[in-house]
Structure formats: C-alpha cells, structure tokens
Write a protein that binds this ligand. Sequence first.
Ligand code: FES
Length: 198
Amino acid sequence: MANPTIEPAGAAPPPPKPKPSVAQALQKIFSKTEDEDEAKTVARRRKFVMAAVLGTLSLNLLMFLRFFFPRALYEPKTKFRIGYPSDFGFGVDTKFQNQYRIWVVRNTEGVFVISAICTHLGCTPDWKASENKFKCPCHGSGYDPEGVNFEGPAPRPMDRAHVEIDPEGQILVDLSHVYRWPKGEPSQFNDPGAIIRL
Ligand code: FES
C-alpha cells in the first residue's frame, strides 16, 4: 500500500500562500485595536461595578456600626457632689466656677449655691473679692456676695441651685432645679432645698 504522506518524486511544490492585500492588513490591524479597546472598556466597567459594590457594602457596614454608637449630646452634668459643708469657709468659694459654673456661698444661715449666670443677658460675672461683689463684664451689672443685684441692667438676683445632703453627708447640687427671686415677686431663696442650714 502506498504511503499517502510521501510525495511522489517529481511532484510540483505547493503553491505559495497568497499575500494579504493592504486592505486586509489594515482591517486586521483595526479589528485588533477594536478588540483591545473593547477589552479595556470591559475592564473599566468591571472596576466601576466593583467600586460601586464595595462602596455600598462599606456604607451598610458603617450604618450597622452606627447602632453601637448611639447619638448622644455630651452636655455638662446638672447633678453633682461638691464636698462636705465643712469644706467651705465663710464667704464666696469660686473653685467650681469653671467646672460647673457655680459659686458656693457660706454665710451665718448656711450654705447655698449660686448659678453663675447674669440675669441680664447670661454672661458669667466675675467675683471681685477686693470689692466684695460680683461684677458682670458685659454690661456692668453688680451683685452683692449673695448674688443680689444692686447696680446695672440686671433685673433680678442670680438664681440659686437646689442643694441637699446625700447619704454620705456631701452636698448634692441639682442645677436643673433653681430658686428665683423675680422682680416684684416673693423670693424663693428661703424655700427648702435653696439652702443647707447649718
Ligand atoms: S449680661 Fe450681665 S450685665 Fe448684661
């Protein structure tokens, strides 16, 4: 049987492959460029979709974590202890002015706490020990050592905070409950809770 792969001697060589025309070559180049562009576009779309998915997941994760950090306003405490009545000597004690915006006053009747807010427009007056008075730096209102106004535009004495003795014997101040002396009205400064009588 004759081997079909062996060409018989004297057979003509295979015809040369036809060279591609210029148009075919250009078409090949352009179709290659188009393929590359399409690949790039697909890759760009993939990246965009991935970024969108990751963004959404991150947002959801943040919203989930938000539950563990409840919205809270860190306002100053309105109820706090300031020590024992014996910690305060006669006169005005300003040591809690910055922390709680109060002054502690001790006189012959007892201990009370003045809210350090000017009753004119709410500035914080200064204690002038040498002049034995509180003086408001804003519009000049003056108050005596018990917080009673005597000069300037302040319409009434400064308010006093509720005070009581806690089970340990310390003074507990509650700034959410104040005692007032409105102009032309009876004073609340002798109400129970306005002063700790000693
Ligand atoms: S706010 Fe104090 S005098 Fe006006």
